[in-house]
Design a protein around this ligand. Structure first.
Ligand code: NOJ
Length: 551
């Protein structure tokens, strides 16, 4: 028998290359989760008097800004399918479901003068259903869908937003705080400010480089701090929850590890991407990183802005008020860039002024890095290891929850590339934990395929496939859902666990529209499955052969 096992292993290795066979276990109380966001999954964009958000406005006015001219009007229809969503979360064996609240579903005009009972009821039902299955809701108060009315006042560039955001937060804490114990105020402020105001990318799509993004962050940080203070003073004692913020960054790898200039560029980029938000909250001294303050002040002066920097200044009182306002560090991270400094002639042609020009760092990729369904997302697990170690060092070991990590493809159920991504990124997280980094949880992006902002429905991040052609938006687990479920249940990574499609999935796949199938083929997933099926056949034949021989 031993001989036949050896033979089988040799056979598998011959077909697939050397499998990473190690099973690795996570700390016992490790938090496993899966995530989504309101605009991306809910649909029901104007159901029950929901108000208009900046995303509703942008996709309806400028459909061409979205790759496939799609929108989030219906998307995965979670406004109606939320019970099924909770079933899916439950089947993954995760302990936490991270989702966001749509401000305009709760307060259609953004202000507290008009509160929607239907909106409150929707989230209340969802929370109750999660709790019924012992799943902890982790709620993001703001995930990009600002009320359009507030945008007309300047959105996040107008300091008036601070008390209005606080009113909205107060209401949701009053309504849901008895049952929700984990909160984050804001999701990815870098994307909100630079991609929303600095360049023409995400709503509200200002395309006004070098000025409003800094005002936006200034107000977001103050709004965040006010909400955390309010929570601590008026709710936390009674409700016994925790509140943090989610910051996003890729790892910024020096292009040439031996070049001091590239190493400096890497450090500077991390300060501009992470430190812009994290330094005011998580560092001992507070305020923006010194390198940002100095560079933007000097460049502003050179550019003729006089003595007032384009980066606004905090008063000492404000610095104190913002410092320490997070119970944990939520981190979204997916990929890595290679970085080197911009030269003095700005040969890469960054706009002047702009965030990129202020940072003075050029970002490239290694052509050998494995790709995904998104051009920006290359698979570099070591990058996540480096990034969380950097955060650990920089901010004196805060508790880190990885609030988003995952990978896109172009469709299909046999998503072995996603399985490999999860296993390798989780190994990197575990390496960091073993080095002493305080990572307490990991949340996969995403529960299901959904509206991927500018990419519409062309890029899929889900563990569950959603059939966007069926009125019911039928959901089917992908291979990765099974693997992630196995990881959460066993609290460990097991590289040898590679299930094949079961009957339910095969039936579902047969019903998928042809274009989905071709997308799957284009992503290479189908061929992986074929290889594995052939391996199985080969194995069976071999086993039968060996048995016959023994007899
Ligand atoms: C970050 C965002 O929070 C989320 O909405 C988005 O879908 C993922 N990244 C993937 O791009």
């Amino acid at each position: 028998m031993r001989a036949s096992f050896k033979f089988i292993s040799v056979l598998i290795v011959a077909i697939h290359g050397d499998p990473v066979s190690k099973t690795r276990t996570f700390p016992q109380d490790f938090l496993w989760g899966v995530g989504s966001s309101a605009y991306q999954i809910e649909g029901g964009w104007n159901a029950d008097n929901k108000g208009e958000s900046i995303w509703d406005r942008m996709v309806h006015t400028y459909p061409d800004k979205i790759v496939d001219q799609s929108n989030g009007d219906i998307t995965s229809d979670s406004y109606h399918q939320w019970r099924r969503d909770v079933q899916m979360v439950k089947d993954l064996h995760v302990s936490t479901y991270r989702f966001s609240l749509s401000w305009t579903r709760i307060m259609p005009g953004g202000y507290m003068n008009h509160v929607s009972t239907a909106g409150i009821k929707y989230y209340s039902n969802l929370i109750d259903e999660l709790l019924r299955y012992n799943i902890t809701p982790m709620v993001t108060i703001y995930h990009w869908d600002l009320p359009q009315r507030l945008q007309e006042l300047g959105g996040w560039t107008n300091p008036e937003i601070i008390p209005i955001f606080k009113d909205y937060a107060r209401l949701v804490l009053e309504m849901f705080g008895d049952r929700v114990k984990t909160w984050t105020t804001l999701n990815e402020p870098w994307h909100v400010c630079e991609y929303g105001y600095g360049v023409d990318y995400m709503a509200p799509s200002y395309d006004f480089p070098g000025i409003p993004a800094y005002l936006c962050t200034h107000n977001m940080l103050k709004a965040h701090a006010e909400v955390v203070h309010m929570y601590r003073e008026q709710f936390q004692k009674r409700q016994r929850g925790r509140m943090g913020i989610t910051i996003d960054s890729s790892w910024m790898q020096p292009k040439d590890a031996n070049s001091p200039e590239d190493r400096e560029a890497s450090e500077r980029a991390l300060q501009f991407y992470v430190g812009w938000f994290a330094h005011p909250i998580f560092s001992k001294e507070g305020n923006y990183p010194k390198v940002m303050i100095d560079r933007i002040r000097n460049l502003s002066r050179e550019q003729g802005f006089g003595s007032r920097s384009r980066l606004p200044e905090f008063t000492e009182e404000e610095v104190r008020r913002i410092r320490g306002t997070a119970d944990f560090f939520g981190l979204n991270s997916y990929t890595t860039y290679l970085v080197h400094p911009n030269d003095h002639n700005n040969s890469v042609n960054f706009r002047v002024p702009s965030f990129d020009h202020d940072m003075g760092v050029v970002q490239t990729r290694d052509p050998n890095w494995q790709g995904s369904g998104s051009t920006w997302l290359k698979v570099v697990p070591k990058g996540l290891y480096n990034l969380i170690r950097w955060i650990h060092r920089e901010y004196d070991g805060p508790e880190i929850i990885i609030t988003e990590n995952g990978v896109s493809d172009r469709g299909g159920l046999e998503d072995y590339a996603r399985v490999d991504y999860l296993n390798s990124y989780l190994s990197a997280v575990l390496d960091a934990i073993e080095d002493g980094v305080n990572v307490s949880g990991y949340i996969v992006w995403s529960l299901m395929d959904s509206f991927e902002w500018k990419a519409g429905f062309t890029e899929k991040f889900g563990l569950y496939h959603v059939d966007f052609n069926s009125p019911k938006r039928t959901r089917t687990p992908k291979i990765s859902a099974k693997v992630y479920g196995h990881i959460c249940k066993s609290n460990s990574i097991d590289w040898s666990y590679r299930p094949v499609l079961d009957e339910q999935q095969l039936v579902a796949m047969a019903q998928l529209p042809a274009d989905d199938d071709s997308l799957a083929k284009a992503s290479g997933a189908a061929s992986t499955a074929t290889i594995w099926s052939w391996s199985l056949v080969l194995l069976m034949v071999t086993l039968v052969g060996l048995n016959t021989w023994h007899c």
